[in-house]
Design a protein around this ligand. Structure first.
Ligand code: ADP
Ligand code: MG
Length: 239
C-alpha cells in the first residue's frame, strides 16, 4: 500500500469499531489503516462477520469509528457530528445495498428524480437511466422489472447526484450469477466513465479482476491487499 498519497480521498488510521460493552463487546474492526485514491475501484472480500459492512458504513458516514482517524478529502469524519455526517453523505456519497428500496408507486424515472431535488449538481435523470442501460424501461414501475433491473435503478439513483464515491454493500447478493455480472459491469463502467471512486463488497470473486485493489478483511483486520497491475474492463472478463 502506498504511504501518504496526495491523491487519497479516504485516509483511515487505526480505525476500530466496538459494538456493545464488557463481556458481550464485539470488536468489528481492530485497527484498520487504509488509503483510497481518487478514482480507485476497490473490492472488499472477507468471510461473513469479518467487518466489511462496518468498514463501508464508516467510510460512508453511516456509522462512526470507536477510535482512530478517518478523513475524506479535507473533511474530518472521525469526530464529526450527525449534522456534518448527513451533509457529507448528501454531497459526496452514493450507496447501493443488497435490497433496492425503490418506491413501488413511482416509475424508474420518478424514483431517480426524487434524489435530484437535494443534489447540488445532478446529472439529467435520463442520463443516469442511460448509464445503467434502462432507457427503454424509464416509465416502468419497479414491479415490472427483474431484480437485476431494479438494482440498476438503485445504482442510477445513487449516481444521479454525481457523488465522489459509490459504496456498494453486496449489490449482487440477491441476484443470480449472470444478472449479478451485469450489475457489476454497470458499477465498473461508472467508475471508468465518471471517475467515481468505488468500494464494492461482493462474494463474486470474479469481480476482483476489475478492481484496482482487492482488500481481504478477516476478523476486523486487513489480512492482505492485492494490486491488479492490469485491471480488466468489464468486456474483457470471460465470466
Ligand atoms: P460483514 O459485513 O463482513 O459480514 P459486519 O461488519 O456486518 O461484517 O459485522 C462485523 C461484526 O460486528 C460481526 O460480528 C457482527 O455481528 C458485528 N456487528 C455488526 N453490526 C453490529 C451492531 N449494530 N451491533 C452489534 N454487533 C454488530
Ligand atoms: Mg456485511
Amino acid at each position: 500500500m502506498p504511504t501518504s498519497n496526495s491523491s487519497a480521498v479516504f485516509r483511515a488510521q487505526a480505525l476500530t469499531k466496538v459494538y456493545g460493552e464488557g463481556e458481550t463487546a464485539v470488536h468489528a474492526l481492530r485497527g484498520v489503516d487504509l488509503e483510497v485514491a481518487r478514482g480507485e475501484f476497490i473490492v472488499l472480500l472477507g468471510a461473513s462477520g469479518s467487518g466489511k459492512s462496518t468498514l463501508l458504513n464508516i467510510l460512508g458516514g453511516l456509522d462512526v469509528p470507536s477510535s482512530g482517524e478517518l478523513s475524506f478529502a479535507d473533511h474530518q469524519l472521525s469526530g464529526a457530528d450527525e449534522a456534518e455526517l448527513t451533509r457529507y453523505r448528501r454531497e459526496h456519497v452514493g450507496f447501493v445495498f443488497q435490497f433496492y428500496n425503490l418506491i413501488p408507486s413511482l416509475t424508474v424515472r420518478e424514483n431517480i428524480a426524487l434524489v435530484t431535488d437535494i443534489a447540488a449538481h445532478p446529472m439529467a435523470v435520463d442520463e443516469a437511466v442511460a448509464m445503467v442501460g434502462l432507457s427503454a424501461r424509464a416509465d416502468h414501475f419497479p414491479a415490472q422489472l427483474s431484480g437485476g433491473e431494479q438494482q440498476r435503478v438503485a445504482i442510477a439513483r445513487a449516481i444521479v447526484k454525481r457523488p465522489d464515491v459509490l459504496l456498494c454493500d453486496e449489490p449482487t447478493g440477491a441476484l443470480d450469477y449472470q444478472t449479478g455480472k451485469l450489475v457489476l459491469e454497470v458499477i465498473a463502467k461508472i467508475n471508468q466513465e465518471l471517475g467515481t471512486t468505488a468500494v464494492v463488497i461482493t462474494h463474486n470473486a470474479a469481480i476482483a479482476a476489475m478492481a484496482d485493489r482487492v482488500i481481504y478483511l478477516g476478523d476486523g483486520s486487513i489480512q492482505r491487499i492485492e494490486q491488479n497491475a492490469h485491471k480488466l474492463t468489464p468486456s474483457q472478463l470471460s465470466w
